[in-house]
Design a protein around this ligand. Structure first.
Ligand code: UD1
Ligand code: UDP
Length: 380
């Protein structure tokens, strides 16, 4: 029986790979061998537990303040050893992390076909986001099957001369994960969030972690949050802060001793999506959050100068605001104070998927192996 090996290592990959693993596990004629690199630890394990995934192999590569090259070399070394024991018929990598590119290149060097989930996203700037834009372009060069979430991402691949026969538009599996999670009843494990959820206070939900924003830019983000909290005492800012010490050192010094700022550990995925549903405004530099928040009709202000996810910008629910401290302050407070501008952004749209992306992905993998047929593509 063919062995399919999903390889992933960080929180967003785990969330977006979970629906595919679930679908692979339901295919009686394929074996799913789950490999995690452990690029993240707590933030990765948290997702695997939620989706009942027990990895078959764990490379456990994480180091505190790890460098990009250490993620790359430790993944390649670990996979070299693993492939000599378990040789898959195809590997599946997701997105644009260094785990995903290292997984793709390692498999390619072993002559193992690479399936790339969430293929074809492009910001058009090799250095932003860094290193993700380069990572996804590198993976596209070695993949045998490109699972593009939208027709925009498919067009990007065709423009780079990827053979159209190797590209399938599936929708983004994050919407599958979101739909699956929305069915569950979720309570906050942090009492402050549970009482906030039953109050009438407006919530600004914030996440930040981008490598290129770390340093002075992220200090500016911290200062902007403090200014927003002081100017808007009727609003509560919720920041589930990323585990990266570089993020914590930059942002947290500005946020202590304010009654209307709640800083938490990373929230379990179900809790985070519930917080998305409660939020009034979302302020983020995350990729995945840009895809999820529009489903809830929440305006999203993105602290970046460009995005590889233009679909929700076009739909009007996502706005790029850059990373300047004063601009962040102005954009958030304007949105909180100006109802007309708020309502123009607060539309529920779902340009990223219909909840069947994993099914389409697994059908395309079966077709790649010659044991099945592709499904119709995701159309907006
Ligand atoms: C990584 C990805 C990024 C993705 C992000 C999702 C790369 C280069 N970066 O960035 O594309 O958007 O994940 O969150 O692949 N840490 C822990 N425990 C954890 C996770 C992280 O302690 O569970 C700390 C460690 O000190 C680690 C540091 O955070 O060295 C940075 O983690 P790393 O994966 O290198 O970078 P991210 O910023 O998380
Ligand atoms: N997320 C989560 N808990 C949190 C913050 C985010 O589960 O406290 C989820 C979020 O719903 C989204 C994903 O993590 O699906 C995004 O991960 P991240 O922002 O770390 O990475 P990116 O998407 O930017 O690569």
């Amino acid at each position: 029986m063919p062995i399919i090996m999903p390889i992933y290592g960080t929180r967003p990959e785990a969330i977006k790979m979970a629906p595919i693993i679930n679908s692979l596990n339901m295919s009686p004629d394929m074996d799913c061998f789950v490999t995690v690199t452990g690029q993240h630890r707590d933030m990765l394990d948290q997702v695997n537990v939620l989706f009942d995934i027990v990895p078959d192999a764990d490379l456990d590569i994480i180091q505190q303040r790890q460098s990009l090259n250490s993620i790359l070399t430790r993944t390649v070394d670990g996979l070299d050893q693993l492939f000599s024991r378990t040789r898959p018929d195809a590997v599946v990598v997701q997105g644009d992390t260094t785990t995903s590119t290292a997984g793709a290149i390692s498999a390619f060097y072993h002559g193992i076909p690479v399936v790339h989930v969430e293929a074809g996203l492009r910001s058009g700037d090799l250095f932003s986001p860094f290193p993700e834009e380069a990572n996804r372009k590198l993976t596209s060069q070695v993949a045998s099957l490109h699972l593009a979430p939208t027709s925009v991402s498919k067009a990007n691949l065709l423009r780079e001369n990827i053979d159209h026969r190797d590209v399938v538009v599936t929708g983004n599996t994050v919407i599958d994960a979101l739909f699956a999670t929305a069915k569950k009843t979720i309570e906050f494990s942090d009492d402050r969030l549970e009482s906030l959820s039953s109050s009438a206070r407006r919530i600004v939900l914030v996440t930040t972690h981008r490598r290129e924003n770390q340093g002075e830019t992220m200090h500016g983000i911290g200062r902007a949050l403090a200014r927003i909290a002081d100017a808007e005492p009727g609003v509560t800012i919720v920041l589930p802060v990323h585990k990266n010490p570089a993020v914590r050192e930059a942002v947290l010094p500005y946020l202590s001793d304010r009654p209307n700022i709640i800083v938490t550990e990373p929230l379990a995925y179900g809790e985070f999506t519930r917080m998305l549903s409660l939020a009034h405004v979302v302020l983020t530099d995350s990729g995945g959050v840009q895809e999820e928040a529009p489903s809830f009709g929440k305006p999203v202000l993105v602290m970046r100068d460009n995005t590889e996810r233009p679909e929700a910008v076009a739909a009007g629910t996502v706005r790029l605001i850059g990373t300047d401290e004063s601009r962040i302050y102005k954009e958030v407070t304007d949105l909180l104070r100006n109802e007309e501008s708020y309502l123009s952004m607060a539309n529920a749209v779902n340009p990223y998927g219909d909840g069947r992306a994993a099914e389409r992905s697994v059908a395309a993998i079966r077709a790649l192996l010659g044991i099945g047929e592709r499904m119709d593509e995701f159309l907006l």
